[in-house]
Design a protein around this ligand. Structure first.
Ligand code: UDP
Length: 333
């Protein structure tokens, strides 16, 4: 039999999709979320224990570990906007690096030695080769990527010192929503490409601005590897299996291995939605590498994971279902 999972940030976009998936596998779940970006409504509150609070709150975390004795921690809670991290680095180091130390101290005290970490391809910085494998040099170019990279280092040190076993899941560009349309992506402000394109399609914003048309790519716009959020969810479940079977600390990239340009995504969105999407062209966004493509073979060999939604049409269609569905892409809370 298996124990309780503590999921930080479980009310957020990727966290809530993973919670849903883990519940279908019969897992017992406690979600900790401060609801700064998460939504209570994204959780099936009858099927998970929800704790509203901060992972940096020492007393709350101690109580949580005493009450539930979690077997493993899945750590999603973080700030994730590159531009904001450049303007306000301390906000990122406080929330993404310092706050999780409280969580790790409680894990050490309580002998909880399994950690699944939402890391990012932003820990690599500017690619020196694509596709990028896990041995690609890590030289983050913004505080967001640096905060995630530093926590990876902390986790490795905890392994050496007290046997904490972690999987660093380095996500490429998370996108899409559960196809049922009940949960989805609701960020405020929304900065991500696919939801912003769809906001331009509904008229919620005037147009989509393409950030840079002079990149060294075939059409001059940035190329990204878009990974469906439900594929991220299955990877977390497999990483958990891996740690339960005694796996060691490892970094694992999560992507499809295929790249699409900003222009290609806009064209695909026009085809999927049947709308004419107003586009404007602007300068590059600071900190954006021209091309980020995942080499996903390690995920396959180590975890038995492979992306199943490789076509961006599926990502866009599911996000469109959410945006045009009963909630119109927004939670009430
Ligand atoms: N992008 C864009 N216009 C927007 C938002 C994003 O051209 O309004 C581009 C951005 O420059 C990047 C890609 O779309 O090349 C994906 O950006 P997003 O913010 O979705 O994810 P990130 O790569 O920052 O994780």
């Amino acid at each position: 039999s298996t124990g309780t999972l503590l999921i930080t940030g479980g009310a957020g976009y990727i966290g809530s999709h993973t919670v849903r998936h883990l519940l279908t596998l019969g897992e017992k779940i406690v979600v900790l979320d401060n609801l700064v970006f998460g939504h209570r409504e994204a959780l099936p509150l009858d099927r998970v224990t929800f704790v509203h609070g901060d992972m940096g709150d020492t007393a709350l975390i101690e109580e949580l570990f005493s009450d539930h004795q979690p077997e493993a921690v899945l750590h999603f809670a973080a700030f994730a906007q590159v531009g904001e991290s450049v303007a306000d680095p301390l906000k990122y180091y406080r929330n993404n690096l310092a706050a999780p130390l409280v969580l790790l101290e409680a894990m050490q005290r309580h002998g909880c030695r399994r950690f699944i970490f939402s890391s990012t391809c932003a820990t690599y910085g500017n690619p020196v080769r694509v596709p990028m494998d896990e041995n690609h040099p890590q030289d983050p170019v913004n505080p967001y990527g640096a905060s995630k990279w530093m926590l990876e280092r902390v986790l490795r040190d905890c392994d050496h010192a007290w046997g904490l076993k972690s999987v660093f899941l380095r996500y490429f560009n998370a996108s899409g929503c559960d196809p049922a349309g009940e949960i989805g992506e609701d960020h405020d402000p929304e900065t991500h490409l696919i939801p912003r394109i769809l906001m331009a399609a509904t008229g919620e914003i005037e147009n989509i601005t393409v950030f840079g048309t002079d990149y060294p790519t075939p059409d001059g716009t940035c190329i990204r590897d878009y990974i469906h959020v439900n594929d991220l969810a299955t990877a977390h479940a497999l990483a958990l299996d891996y740690l339960r079977q005694g796996g060691n600390t490892e970094a694992v990239n999560l992507g499809t291995g295929r790249g699409f340009s900003v222009n290609e995504i806009i064209q695909t969105a026009q085809a999927v939605t049947g709308k004419t999407i107003p586009v404007s062209y602007g300068p590059r966004r600071p900190g954006d590498p021209p091309e980020l493509i995942c080499q996903p073979t390690k995920a396959k060999t180590l975890l038995g994971w492979e992306a199943t939604h490789k076509d961006p049409r599926e990502h866009i269609q599911s996000a469109w279902n959410w945006m045009t569905g009963p909630k119109k892409g927004r939670y009430a809370d």
